[in-house]
Design a protein around this ligand. Structure first.
Ligand code: ADP
Ligand code: MG
Ligand code: ZN
Length: 543
């Protein structure tokens, strides 16, 4: 299975060992901070203790990723005759739901191992500890290379991402967390691998048996989200030292997924109890302000028509007068939240996910791919930086237009109220401005006057020169903290020599046409992975 990934473990590594520390997700640098700290050594020791079989087979060298629900280690193994192999060991937190674990594994074993989808070599379990052993793919930090990629490399990257998505979508897998840190990219070897099925769900006709159970569980999870404070309380006491990921880059459903089975049962009960709901996730219906430097857009989402009766925990007859206003009254605050999966990372979530449309399809992964493409074309990452869904929705509106967003939401049964009308932007102009190709673009970051103050991205541009600097954990940390507290995101663009070469002056219209079709606000008409591979942008590329 792993052979089809073509990872040659005996090949010279593309990067110095120091690069190994750099996590693919530029926004998360936990592993760098931990690297070489005694903590990592201790974690490795603990893992050997928890799953003793590992000691017979692997030499665990380093921790390469740490999230809330798993830790990933680099190990070497002498599995067969021949050179040592590099292996990635993913240790799932012991509180993970057994079905969730099994489903993740089944996605890897059934759909993985070809077409840029990560495969699996072995799986180990002792008691509640599960470790998935995968071929190790040395990969880049997206943020590091973003501004040094040629347009041709970007084209290849997207083509290979669509290949992976086509593969999993054929199996009826919705990944739900497509983002750069889950799509490993080895630039030198031109190798790619979609990883992390920890949030995956099945389509109605999924070929992954276990995803059928996960899907029904998702409905339960959404209920349990209504009382997230309770779960959080449990979680802290059970999950031990696992560090939460940076909040806005963190998949949210996981918090409620990774619970022992018995707790999951009780969550459902509690979730249906209206009392708990009042206290928690009412933020989802609160009017939310998105302030860019000079404008504010506030949004509110409601189900069109029937929602008031069906999704309400109040008597149907209890009417209120906040409908179609930008306020939320106390009656509405006590209404039950609609049940819909919301897993993923806010900045990559499709409009139908942000508005909790219950019918979500593989199209949500295509939207996320569109957001990655937007980053690649504009040189900004993360592009959307939002800590909650309504902020993310407001950010989408400033790119795709408020009227257009409202219109599209109607097609999937949601009505969005927006305090201000914002026009859709021309994607080419937008990306060129941000990339610094536009001649009117100021040369320096910050202090931007005039039209540039409407910088539509919600993150700071990383100085592309950083890509040529050695990456120290400190440098990276301060780099990410730049956009940490600044969702106003008024970073400028830097005109660079690199920008003028490598195809960036001649980005064909096809690229923006494809971007437009990926960021189609209407999931029903959004381009599929199979269609994307046949898009004219890739006319010279073969499958
Ligand atoms: P999580 O659910 O914690 O996000 P992932 O499966 O996404 O777990 O893995 C976290 C990180 O570990 C990835 O972003 C990547 O950097 C690294 N990683 C995971 N699998 C592999 C692999 N097979 N080869 C190399 N690195 C990997
Ligand atoms: Mg991941
Ligand atoms: Zn009301």
């Amino acid at each position: 299975m792993e052979a089809s990934l073509g990872i040659q473990m005996d090949e010279p590594m593309a990067f110095s060992p120091q690069r190994d520390q750099v996590q693919a997700d530029g926004s998360l640098k936990k592993n760098e901070q931990n690297f070489k700290l005694p903590g990592v050594k201790q974690d490795i020791e603990k893992l050997y203790e928890a799953v003793p079989q590992l000691g017979n087979l692997f030499k665990i060298k380093d921790k390469i990723g740490e999230g809330t629900f798993s830790s990933v280690y680099l190990a070497t193994a002498q599995l067969q005759v021949g050179p040592e192999e590099k292996i990635a060991l993913k240790h799932l937190i012991p509180t993970s739901h057994p079905i969730r674990i099994a489903a993740e594994l089944q996605c890897l074993t059934v759909a993985g191992g070809q077409d840029n989808v990560m495969g699996v070599k072995y799986c180990f379990r002792k008691n509640d500890h599960v470790v998935i052993a995968m071929p190790y793919l040395e990969h880049e930090s997206f943020l590091d290379i973003l501004n040094s990629l040629s347009f041709q490399e970007v084209r290849e990257y997207m083509f290979n991402l669509f290949k992976a998505l086509k593969r999993i979508h054929q199996f009826g897998i919705v990944h739900r967390d497509v983002k750069p840190s889950n799509f490993l990219y080895n630039r030198r070897l031109k190798k790619y691998a979609l990883v992390d099925f920890g949030l995956a769900q099945g389509t109605h006709d999924t070929k992954i048996e276990l995803l059928k159970f996960v899907q029904s569980e998702a409905q339960q999870e959404s209920y349990s989200q209504n009382k997230s404070h309770v779960i959080t309380g449990n979680k802290i006491s059970l999950s031990g030292p696992a560090k939460p990921k940076e909040s806005d880059q963190q998949p949210t459903v996981k918090t409620s997924v990774k619970r022992p089975y018995t707790n999951a049962q009780s969550q459902i009960k509690q979730g249906k109890d209206g009392k708990l709901m009042k206290q928690s996730k009412t933020v989802d219906v609160l009017s939310r302000k998105l302030a860019t430097k000079k404008k504010a857009v506030s949004t509110k989402v409601m189900n069109s028509g029937v929602m008031r009766k069906t999704a309400s925990s109040c008597p149907a007859s209890l009417t209120c007068d906040c409908y179609a206003t930008d306020k939320v009254c106390s009656i509405c605050l006590s209404r039950r939240q609609q049940v819909a999966p919301r897993a993923g990372t806010p900045g990559f979530r499709a409009p139908e996910v942000l508005t909790k449309c219950p019918n979500q399809t593989t199209a949500i992964d295509m939207w996320s791919a569109g957001v990655i493409f937007l980053s690649l074309l504009s040189g900004r990452y993360p592009f959307y930086k939002a800590s909650d869904d309504l902020t993310a929705l407001a950010q989408i509106m400033t790119i795709r237009g408020s009227r257009e967003t409202i219109q599209a939401a109607k097609t999937f049964g949601k009505s969005i109220l927006c305090s201000k009308e914002v026009p859709a932007q021309d994607l080419r102009k937008l990306c060129e401005k941000l990339r610094g190709i536009d001649s009117n673009t100021p040369q320096l970051t910050g202090d931007i006057q005039g039209p540039a103050s409407h910088d539509p991205t919600f993150s700071e541009k990383t100085d592309h020169r950083a890509a040529h600097l050695k990456h120290t954990p400190q440098a990276q940390h301060s780099g990410s903290s730049l956009y940490e507290g600044d969702s106003n995101g008024c970073g400028g663009s830097l005109n660079t020599d690199a920008t003028n070469s490598e195809g960036w002056n001649e980005v064909p219209d096809e690229a923006y046409d494809l971007l437009d079709k990926l960021l189609d606000l209407n999931p029903a008409s959004r381009i599929t992975a199979g269609e994307a591979l046949l898009h004219p942008l890739f006319k010279d590329m073969s499958l």
